[in-house]
Each structure stands twice: as C-alpha cells, then as structure tokens.
Design a binder for this molecule. Structure first.
Ligand code: C2O
Ligand code: CU
Ligand code: CU
Length: 472
C-alpha cells in the first residue's frame, strides 16, 4: 500500500461522520473503492464537521486542508435511493460555510443556497430523503463568494446513490467500482493549497498545473485485469477535462450526472466541465500484470487561462491504473442499461434565454446582464411546467452551466450535429464552449422554494454568474 494511502485509511478511522439512518460510509481512501474502514452506521448522533486538517497530497509531507469529516477528499457517502440523509454540520472553520448536495433535488432550506450559510462555530441539521436515480452525485460548500476557496482547500466528496434496478444489471461493483475525484492544483514551494487567485484567475478561473486525483498527486491505483466502473467527477474549480486513456483505448460511457444512460456508448474521450460526472466502464481484462494504463486529459483549444503551462486545454496525466493481478471475478456488460424517460422539448410551456457574459477583469460575470444579488429573484418557474432553456455563451471561454433542484436533458448544441455521449442522459451541469448555444429541457417537480442556477466555474460563480430561481 502506498504510504499516503496507509496514512489516509488510518485517518479515516477518526472520521466524524455518521448517520442516524443506515447508509454506507466509505473511507476517503485514495482508491475510493477500498471498503476497508467502511461501515454501516446506526443510531449514532450524526455529525459532519467542517474543519481544518492535513492530508498527504504530495508524499510524504502533509498539506493543510479544509475538510468535511476530517479527510480530503471528504468521506464518500453511499445511500440507497429512497433512504434519508440526516447529518448535523458543525462549522469549526474560520469562515461561514454550508453543504450543497450537487445533483439532488432536496427541499430549498436543505440545498445550501449561497446566502444560507452556517456561521463559524455554528451548526445546522441537514435532513432529507434522497429521491434520486442511482448515480454519482457529490457534495461541496456553497457560501457566496467563498465557494472557490473552500472547494480548492479540500472540501468535496462523493455521494453515491444506489438502487435495485442498477444492482440487477451486474455492473462492475465493489473493488471494481472506483469513484475518481479529478482536480487540479497549483504546485507551490510549500506544497500548500493556498488560494491566491490573480486578476487573470478571477477572470477566467483558477487553473492548477498538476492533477490531484482522490486527493493524491500522481495517483496510482493497483487494479485487477478486469472490467472497471470509473465514476469520474470533474471537481476542478475551472479546468475543463477531455478525459481519455493514454493508449487511446475505447471505453463505454454508461452514466452521466443523473445516473445510467439507456445503453452504453463507446468513446475514446469525453469532455467534462467542472461539476460534471461521467460513469465509464473500461476493460482491463486483456492486460498482463505489470502493465500500466494512464488516464489523461487530452490537449484541446479553448479560450481562457492564458497562463503558461497551466492554460485551459493543457494536457495532464490524471491517474495511472497499475494492473497488479488477474481478475478475481468476471463481469460482462449488459446491452441495455436503464429506462430513460424523455422530456419532450416540443411540449414545453415556454422557452427562456440565458446569456452568459463577462466584462473586463471578471468584474461583470453575469447572466442576462445581472450579477448575483441574494435577495433578487431572477426567474420564477411554475412547479411542474416543462420549459426549454436556451443558454448562450457570449464569451470566448467555456462555462459549465449548472441548475439546482432538478435534472435536465440536452436538446441540441449549436456547434455539434450529434450530441456527445455525456449529453445523452440526465444532467445537472452542461458545458458550453466559447460562443456556443445549448438548449436544455427541464421540469421542476420535487420542491417549491428558492434555488439557484449558475456557472460552475467556481471563480465565475463567486464573481456572481449566479441567478436565483424560484420554483413556485
Ligand atoms: Cu456544485 Cu451550485 O453547485
Ligand atoms: Cu448543484
Ligand atoms: Cu463561467
């Protein structure tokens, strides 16, 4: 075991998270899928402490981090669809914070609205039923103006929802189901996560020069020669990833933000904006022990981040899978995956247009000309109405557009004749390339109340590319 992984699993025994309800808590181990240290927790008072800690990102020296539950990444929460999450957030940080359950439709007062924060020293109960399809979701802080710094400092974790329909498919599971939190960090002499955005960073988003996966630079995962499900999460503040394998091998895209696709789609790369998840299945079955397969982000051209090596679109090695032993179990992939209800854009009650714009120096990151104001409702959407939202990127750099409180489907893109695999399922975040127009169809059906929609480039979000959405 890697020294940092050993450190990490020891640290996970001191975690402060538990649940009144039975849900599976995984240690935030570097492999993500290691179930050692995982436990079904019953009866205990549930605490999720937001506090400072250290984590080994670049072994052997520790890096000071801000955490949920004492670890970076935050503990992986596994919950069955229909079960409850009940946690009390205790804020031991020197700043206000909160929790947003990215991708879940929860009551508005549980959603971590940017203005609904827990003061330092305070605490707050988060309790709700998880009404979501099986899939890969995540949680992170969302205090207005401070989200970028807090996520960058280490506060992000997986929330994995499971259900019987998915289990019955026999997809790779257990050690063959690996959540991968993909982030980038700026390499500093003191190896700290100090968040010091330049003017350029505030404008285009802070890009790191090195990849950190599941909290480790140069993550190496010992794997079997078998099928693997990789739950990819782009947890970068601002970096768009074009995820591929270094040897160009094909893989199957099986899921998006909101769970499984109707059927698997073959691909050699997949684009992911910050906030997006893509579940893929890769076949390492033919590999001899001793082989290594790297997961990379391929180079591409896009606006923004004109810095040197760290520019948007720069190539990165994300993680390496080291084939260590033959398969312990055989899995085959089913042809059909899940039933995917389709929202019909032609049935929409109305179409709304949202223009994403930016002024010089990031001072006016805006949606429809407005910068976020916590007490102004920007859009009121009647509960249950099907709507088409036409989002237009009028800038020269990419923006991942994210909607709270419901999932949506992508209808079309102005720059693509056919939709890429990551657009084919339920989503809550969609990437807009420079100058692109994307039409999505959505329907709020879960809860009334005040939510937000925003750019998930966290520097843009903190600069106010956020709007209040009232579901009424
Ligand atoms: Cu992941 Cu409103 O955010
Ligand atoms: Cu969200
Ligand atoms: Cu943006």
């Amino acid at each position: 075991m890697h020294a940092a992984q050993a450190f990490r699993s020891r640290a996970s025994h001191d975690r402060h998270v538990s649940s009144r309800r039975a849900f599976l808590l995984q240690s935030a181990s570097a492999t993500g899928a290691v179930l050692a240290g995982a436990a079904r927790l019953h009866g205990a008072a549930a605490d999720l402490v937001a506090g400072m800690a250290t984590a080994v990102v670049w072994p052997p020296a520790p890096t000071p981090v801000w955490t949920f539950g004492g670890t970076y990444p935050a503990p992986t929460l596994r919950v069955r669809s229909g079960e409850r999450i009940d946690l009390t957030l205790r804020n031991d940080l020197p700043a206000p914070t909160n929790v947003h359950w990215h991708g879940l439709a929860v009551p508005a007062d549980m959603d971590g609205h940017p203005a609904d924060v827990v003061a330092r020293g305070g605490s707050r109960h988060y309790g709700f039923r998880v009404d979501a399809r099986a899939g890969t979701y995540w949680y992170h802080p969302h205090p207005h103006g401070q989200t970028a710094a807090q996520v960058y400092a280490g506060m992000a974790g997986f929330l994995i929802v499971e259900d019987e329909e998915e289990r019955a498919l026999g997809l790779p599971s257990g050690v063959h189901d690996v959540p991968l939190l993909l982030q980038d960090r700026r390499l500093r002499a003191d190896r700290s996560f100090a968040y010091e955005p330049t003017l350029m960073d505030r404008m285009s988003g802070l890009l790191g020069d090195v990849a950190v996966a599941n909290g480790l630079a140069d993550l190496r995962l010992p794997v079997e020669a078998a099928l693997y499900r990789l739950r990819l999460l782009n947890g970068c503040n601002a970096r768009v990833l074009r995820v591929a394998f270094a040897d160009g091998r094909r893989f199957l895209v099986v899921g998006t933000d909101g769970g499984l696709l109707a059927e698997a789609v073959s691909a050699t790369s997949v684009d992911m904006g910050p906030g997006e998840r893509v579940d893929v299945v890769v076949d390492l079955g033919g590999e001899a022990p001793g082989r290594s397969v790297s997961l990379v982000s391929l180079p591409f051209a896009a606006g923004g981040g004109m810095g040197m090596g760290s520019a948007q679109g720069a190539p990165l090695r994300l993680a390496t899978l080291d084939v260590a032993r033959p398969a312990s179990a055989r899995t085959a992939l089913p042809g059909r995956l899940a039933t995917l209800a389709r929202l019909d854009g032609a049935r929409a009650r109305r179409t709304r247009t949202f223009d994403l714009t930016m002024g010089m120096m990031g001072t006016s990151a805006a949606i429809n000309g407005r910068t976020f104001a916590a007490d102004r409702v920007d859009v009121t959407v009647p509960m249950g109405d099907v709507e088409v939202w036409e989002v237009r990127n009028l800038t020269g750099e990419p923006h991942p557009f994210h909607v709270h409180a419901t999932s949506f489907q992508v209808l079309d893109r102005s720059t693509a004749r056919t939709l890429p695999p990551q657009d084919l399922g339920w989503k809550d975040t969609v990437l807009l390339w420079p100058g692109e127009r994307v039409r999505i169809v959505l329907q709020f059906t879960a809860h009334r109340g005040l939510y937000v929609a925003h750019c998930h480039n966290l520097e843009h979000e903190d600069a106010g590319m956020v709007m209040n959405v009232l579901v009424d």
